[in-house]
Design a protein around this ligand. Structure first.
Ligand code: 57M
Length: 354
């Protein structure tokens, strides 16, 4: 909005620049989170205490002390990113509209699930949650296709390799969006783990979306040029500011958990940006912790069924396995952040060797 008034109407040139608005977006969303989080945490704590909260069985003993920590803290991120995007993004940009739609709709699905868990001790059924996620992803992909989006998939390293999916792009988009959303959700099991990794991934895609929307840079680096996708970096800077702000309160010992409201919306929006910028495989690289956390669950369940009840890991997702081996929670979290930072550097370096 302010972008429209300051640049389109008052013609104040500096607000044309994505970088300038991006830094303002990061500061704005961080300050909003820092100011509203205490009040919302207080409200969620009262709600949780009134309704008795939600406890999963076989939770590691180290999590017993967390039983009164309020969840659904993702609403703080949703509010901050929405306000900041309306202020600093060009909301006439079809990619910003698509990502905001995905972000808010997955966030709404998460809010319903979190609230049902708090109030009735059980969330949405897996089927209804999956149906809502898939439906949203189909709408997101359809918005892109209606706006003549390039439905080809591109690959890291091999600059001339691409494969046009045509209408099957919708299936690909559903797989990437719903898969990433649930991978972040599974990973959200230790203080600061999901938000820390997500913020590093978001920061990586700030760079990638800026390049993807910059004709000269994209061509110099042999990356797919996606006209007007650079505006996504302003949205991502808003998400990064909100993520850092949320980490302020979710770092160990967490004052609040993000809930599905946060994990689903963050995962789905990152995935949608990866689809738009043609960097789905880069997402798999920098988000490899999300992939490994999900794979550990798949392997655990498959092994459990194949061996009639034996476990491959002490517990899945894999972060609980390390916990049960006696590694302190903060050490597990910071080591996974370090791995993700290294993966982000590798992912960006891979661009240069195309
Ligand atoms: C999402 N939820 C956390 C919090 C957060 C099929 C199976 C793998 C499913 C999986 C599952 O239910 N995952 C759901 C993970 C939970 O966090 C809440 O959920 C929100 C995210 N959706 O925002 O509201 C607990 O995680 C801890 N936590 C923190 N700090 C944070 O910042 O300490 C979360 C955020 C919170 C808190 O204790 O209550 C979770 O771990 O459930 N199931 C599991 O993840 C369970 N695994 C399991 O049962 N494995 C089995 C089979 C099924 C594979 C096995 O290994 O044999 C684990 N989680 C729990 N107990 N709580 C292990 C058992």
């Amino acid at each position: 909005m302010i972008y429209y008034i300051l640049y389109e109407i008052l013609d104040i040139n500096v607000f044309k620049y994505i970088t300038f608005r991006g830094f303002l977006a990061l500061l704005t969303s961080f300050i909003i989170v820092y100011l509203v989080a205490p009040k919302i945490i207080n409200f969620l704590t009262k709600l949780q205490n009134k309704e008795g909260g939600y406890r999963r069985k076989y939770t590691p003993d180290t999590h017993e002390a967390k039983k009164n920590t309020p969840t659904m803290g993702g609403v703080i991120i949703l509010i901050s990113v929405l306000i900041t995007s309306l202020i600093w993004c060009n909301i006439n940009n079809v990619y910003v509209i698509t990502v905001l739609f995905t972000f808010l709709t997955f966030g709404f699905i998460g809010i319903i699930d979190d609230y049902l868990k708090i109030k009735y001790k059980t969330g949405l059924s897996s089927k209804s949650k999956f149906f809502m996620q898939v439906s949203t992803a189909i709408v997101s992909a359809s918005i892109l296709i209606i706006n003549n989006f390039d439905t080809a998939v591109y690959f890291p390293v091999f600059k001339d390799l691409s494969f046009d999916l045509g209408v099957f792009f919708i299936l690909w988009a559903v797989f990437i969006i719903v898969g990433t959303s649930n991978a972040v959700n599974l990973t959200d099991g230790l203080d600061g783990l999901a938000i820390g990794i997500s913020s590093i991934v978001v920061a990586t895609f700030v760079v990638l979306s800026y390049i993807s929307g910059h004709y000269e840079l994209a061509n110099y680096l042999h990356l797919p040029y996606v006209k007007d996708s650079g505006e996504l970096s302003v949205f991502l800077m808003a998400l990064l500011g909100a993520g850092l702000g949320f980490l302020w309160f979710n770092s160990y010992p967490a004052q609040v958990f993000m809930g599905d409201a946060g994990s689903l919306s963050i995962g789905a929006s990152i995935a949608t940006v990866a689809l738009i910028t043609k960097q789905e495989f880069t997402l798999a690289i920098v988000g490899a912790i999300f992939v490994w956390e999900t794979l550990s669950v798949i392997l655990q369940v498959a092994y459990f069924k194949a061996t009639g009840g034996k476990r491959l890991f002490l517990r899945a997702p894999i972060h609980h396995h390390y916990e049960l081996k006696g590694i302190p929670e903060t050490k597990i979290v910071i080591r996974k952040w370090i791995i993700t930072i290294l993966l982000a550097i590798i992912a960006l370096a891979l661009i240069k060797i195309r």
